[in-house]
Design a protein around this ligand. Structure first.
Ligand code: R5P
Length: 321
């Protein structure tokens, strides 16, 4: 591991410490500070010449500051002659701006990919990209891990009966199907219509939730409009319990208030995005599962040129033990 260095941006410090503990090396020394005019300055405080450098930074809120810090971090490592730089982006912000769905709009996910590559990243390691095709926005290797094994393992321990996996929109059906196969439940789908960035409309559900335990999985909970409206709908249709799980707890705007009031028994998220303890307490139903071992193992394998996809076989084998 002598050649391996792991650094963290400000957005991912807690997760990065756990990742470096898993890998068994100390987190690299670096400092980020803001100039009085708002510019970001990053200094790597140890030698990285010829090293295999991993920089962990989620591009969560404040999205632009965190993205810029990641770009500057990569540039610092490149100019300090790192041999290879992997941008580890547990939550990839801007991923929902991945296509031109009307005239004169950007594809900002592609722009972010271009900037990360131009800054000098040699590869990217991320988790549950909102759209898997974003991997193709990069001309460098991208490993897109999934939080599914960690979430499935948690839910399988609960031994849930009369389970229905509800996809809160058509785009998430594939994900709900994977959980249904793992946990042995039925599948139901909600017809969602987005009215604005934070408001949505849901009236129809394909499937049956009456008297059932509903487990709803989403990749991102942002304003929580999607999962809270879906929870209300399934309860109206007779579901007896509603559990929600998600990879990325963005939890912005009215999310905390909505979740605190929604008929949701438990919200399980991962630590790709840090949730402050105040927000955690104000929602009251949040459980956080760490993806540090998943990321640490992926970093270990990338560093040693071992297969990353076989990492998931390892989780499959452990699940059945
Ligand atoms: C949408 O396609 C995503 O999978 C999420 O459902 C969505 O981004 C969640 O946003 P919000 O929490 O603001 O409804």
């Amino acid at each position: 591991m002598g050649n391996l260095k792991i650094f963290s941006g400000l957005a991912s410090l807690v997760l990065s410490r756990k990742v470096s503990d898993y890998v068994g090396i100390p987190l690299g020394a670096a400092s980020t500070r803001m100039f009085p005019d708002g510019e970001t300055h990053v200094k790597i405080d140890e030698d990285v010449r010829g090293r295999d450098v991993f920089i962990i930074q989620s591009t969560c809120q404040p999205v632009n500051d965190n993205l810029m810090e990641l770009l500057i971090f990569i540039d610092s490592a490149r100019r300090a002659s790192a041999e290879r730089i992997t941008a580890v982006i547990p939550y990839f912000g801007y991923a929902r701006q991945d296509r031109k769905d009307e005239g004169r709009v950007p594809i900002t996910a592609k722009l972010a990919a271009n900037m990360i590559t131009a800054a000098g990243a040699d590869r990217v390691l991320t988790i549950d990209l909102h759209a898997a095709q974003i991997q193709g926005f990069f001309d460098i290797p991208v490993d897109n891990l999934s939080a599914e094994p960690v979430l499935s393992r948690y839910y399988s321990q609960l031994n849930l009966k009369d389970l229905v996996l509800v996809s809160p929109d058509v785009g998430n059906v594939k994900c709900a199907r994977v959980f249904a196969q793992r946990l042995g439940g039925d599948l139901a789908i909600i017809d969602k219509r987005r009215i604005s960035g934070s408001d949505i409309e849901m009236e129809n559900l394909i499937g049956d939730v009456e008297g059932k335990t509903v487990l709803m999985m989403d990749d991102i909970i942002s304003t929580a409009g999607t999962v809270c409206s879906a929870a209300k709908l399934v309860r109206k249709l007779g579901a007896k319990r509603v559990l929600v799980g998600a990879s990325h707890a963005v939890l912005c705007g009215p999310a905390a208030e909505r979740l605190a009031e929604a008929p949701i028994e438990e919200l399980v998220v991962t630590d790709t995005v840090p949730v402050s303890s105040e927000k955690h307490d104000s929602i009251g139903i949040v459980k956080v599962l760490s993806l540090s071992a998943l990321l640490g193992e992926a970093i270990h394998r990338i560093h040693n040129n071992e297969s990353v996809s076989s990492l998931f076989l390892m989780y499959d084998n452990n699940r059945h033990q």
